[in-house]
Design a protein around this ligand. Sequence first.
Ligand code: MRU
Length: 354
Amino acid sequence: MATSPTNPSSRAVGTVAIRWHGHALELLDQRLLPVDEHWITLEGASSVAQCIRDMVVRGAPAIGISAAYGVALAARHAGGGDWKAEIKQAIRELAASRPTAVNLFWALQRMEQVFHECHSLDEAVGRLASEAVRIHEEDLAANLAMADHALGVIRPDKPISVLTHCNTGALATGGYGTALGVIRRLHEENMLQTVYADETRPWLQGSRLTAWELAQEGIPVTLNADGAAAAILADGHVRWVVVGADRITANGDVANKIGTYSLAVLARHHKVGFMVVAPSSTVDMSLASGQDIPIEEREGTEIREIRGVPLAPAGVKVFNPVFDVTPASLIDAIVTEKGVVHNPNITGMRELFG
Ligand code: MRU
């Protein structure tokens, strides 16, 4: 059997949420943060798919990386009979875990391409593990490059405050983060006054994950209810709203965590910059506009209760789309590792992504 490639998380910057050990994948259970830091060990693609569905791991790039490791595990633990059918089934199962973040399908496509080139199970075990590690490492490198590009756009001449939504940090990526990577870089350059972190109802990625991640590293964070964002922007202290993305279409529309669209409207109204930071693995040039993006709806219990404690009348009807689409016209810059698309539209997107 091929030896397993090294664990990219050992080179990560900041918090680590994904650890690869060759025979097993370890995921930090993000459902339990910030109270418990509990790791789950997975040895099969089905359990990886389950963890993606249940949000043990979440955030577009982290979902793609985990799915890639899931395919590597499927090869590693294939029964030896029809190993090709087993790996194909694993890819199908992983692809069905969550619908909106295109990074999942992008990563699976890369894994599938390598799988098709393999002539034996032994070869597949080695090459699929290497490809998954490469996807993980490339994401970390992309985050560092995006932070450089974003600073070139923001050009801070004195410390500034920014507002962010959801969690786009090391927990959501291969390390460092997309929007949160930019915020990290501002802090490293002594150019950050504070980050306003939307709590991000209903799953609370902002309060449970972003505030935790930033506090761990001593980065100044101020947590606010989502509904406070308008008042914060009206106050005039925030220069940029910086967010991540789950899918960016050919015309520059962006799907991201529910509530992002309202922030973009607010930012435009208050003449605050609106920046989307995402790796090119989030770009889906096959979709013409945001209207074509499948938007995940999750269970009503996420809104009706928190950890079993009721917050609403039992059984009340709930609308729980977990992403929304921000039209390109409200976005000032889309920052990727390949460069920046200013005032995105189909021409600008084509120039960078073909
Ligand atoms: O439902 P989640 O937590 O997976 O949603 C995450 C987001 O919407 C993030 O903003 C996005 O994936 C970018 S993560 C770098």
